[in-house]
Design a binder for this molecule. Structure first.
Ligand SMILES: Nc1ncnc2c1ncn2[C@@H]1O[C@H](COP(=O)(O)OP(=O)(O)OP(=O)(O)O)[C@@H](O)[C@H]1O
Ligand SMILES: [Mg+2]
Length: 251
C-alpha cells in the first residue's frame, strides 16, 4: 500500500542538529538547568500475532529547556511511539529514559508534561472550556483560577466563541486547537505535540503554530512536534527524522 503520507519534508536546509546520539551526552545545558529528557538506546517492540514489530530501534536523544524540535518521517516510522516514550506514557522494551529536569508526577510519570495527541482526545460529555480546565482541576488549582487559565489559553487560539460547545459540535480541526489550548493552560515545561496541525488548512495551521510559539516565548518550556507538514518543521530550530524506527539528525 502506498504511504498515505509521503514524506513532506524532503528538501531544504535545517539548522545543525542537536540533542541526538551524535552529540556528546549532556545532562546539563552549560551551567543551566538539567535536561528535561534523557533517552538512551530507547527501543519499543510491539508483538502482533506472535511477530515483533520494531517501532523504535535504538533512540538516544536529549531534550533541553527551550528546545524546539520537529520529528519528521514517513507514516509508521515511529514518531508517535517516540513521543509517548519521551513523555512517560509508554514503557520502553529496551534502553532507558530519565527526566532529570522535570521531577516526578503521578504514577511515576514525569511532571509538567503536556501532550497534544494525534487522535481526538477531548472528553465527550464536557464542554470545550471544561475540557481545557480539567487538568488544572486535577492538579488542585482552584476552580476560579482554572477557569481563568482555560479562558486565557482558549482566547490565544481564537476559540472563545466555542467555550460552551461540546466536542461533537465542533470540527476536527477546532478540536485539535482545543487540545493545544488544554496543553498550554497547564504551563507545562515540555509539550509533546503529535501532528497538531494534521487536520488544519495551511493558514489555520500557521496561526496555531504562531499561538503555540508565542505562548512559549520567554519561558524555558521545550516543544517537540511530530509532523508531516514541512512549514511546521521549518519553524523549529532542530529537526530529527524517524524512519523505520531509526532516529537521526536531519539537515
Ligand atoms: N499499539 C500498537 N500495536 C502494534 N503495533 C503498533 C502499535 N502502535 C504502533 N505500532 C506500529 O509501530 C510502528 C510505528 O508506529 P507509529 O504510530 O509510532 O508511527 P508514526 O510515525 O507516528 O506514523 P504516523 O505518521 O502515521 O502517525 C508502525 O509499524 C505501527 O504499525
Ligand atoms: Mg503518529
Amino acid at each position: 500500500m502506498p504511504d498515505p503520507h509521503p514524506e513532506a519534508v524532503d528538501t531544504g536546509t535545517y539548522p545543525p542538529n542537536r540533542g541526538l546520539a551524535t552529540a556528546p551526552a549532556r545532562t546539563r545545558h552549560g551551567d543551566g538547568p538539567a535536561a528535561l529528557v534523557e533517552a538512551h538506546a530507547l527501543e519499543r517492540t510491539y508483538w502482533v500475532g506472535g511477530r515483533p514489530v520494531v517501532a523504535l530501534a535504538s533512540a538516544t536523544c536529549t531534550i533541553l529547556p527551550g528546545d524546539r524540535i520537529a520529528v519528521i518521517g514517513p507514516s509508521g516510522g515511529g514518531k508517535s511511539t517516540l513521543l509517548h516514550l519521551l513523555g512517560g506514557l509508554d514503557t520502553p522494551t529496551g534502553g532507558t529514559v530519565r527526566w532529570p529536569g522535570l521531577g516526578p508526577g503521578a504514577d511515576r510519570r514525569p511532571a509538567r508534561v503536556a501532550f497534544v495527541f494525534q487522535m481526538p482526545s477531548l472528553l465527550a460529555p464536557l464542554t470545550v472550556v471544561e475540557n481545557v480546565e480539567l487538568p488544572l482541576l486535577l492538579e488542585r488549582v482552584s476552580a476560579s483560577e482554572a477557569r481563568a487559565a482555560a479562558l486565557r489559553a482558549l482566547a490565544r487560539l481564537d476559540l472563545l466563541p466555542l467555550v460552551d460547545a461540546l466536542p461533537e459540535e465542533i470540527s476536527g480541526g477546532q478540536a485539535q486547537r482545543v487540545a493545544v489550548a488544554r496543553a498550554l493552560a497547564c504551563r507545562p515545561r515540555l509539550i509533546l505535540a503529535d501532528e497538531p496541525t494534521g487536520q488544519l488548512d495551511r493558514a489555520t495551521a500557521q496561526h496555531l503554530l504562531d499561538a503555540l510559539l508565542a505562548s512559549l516565548e520567554g519561558t524555558e518550556a521545550a516543544l517537540v512536534v511530530a509532523t508531516h507538514d514541512r512549514s511546521v518543521a521549518e519553524r523549529m530550530r532542530t529537526v530529527w527524522r524517524l524512519r523505520r524506527g531509526i532516529l537521526e539528525a536531519w539537515g
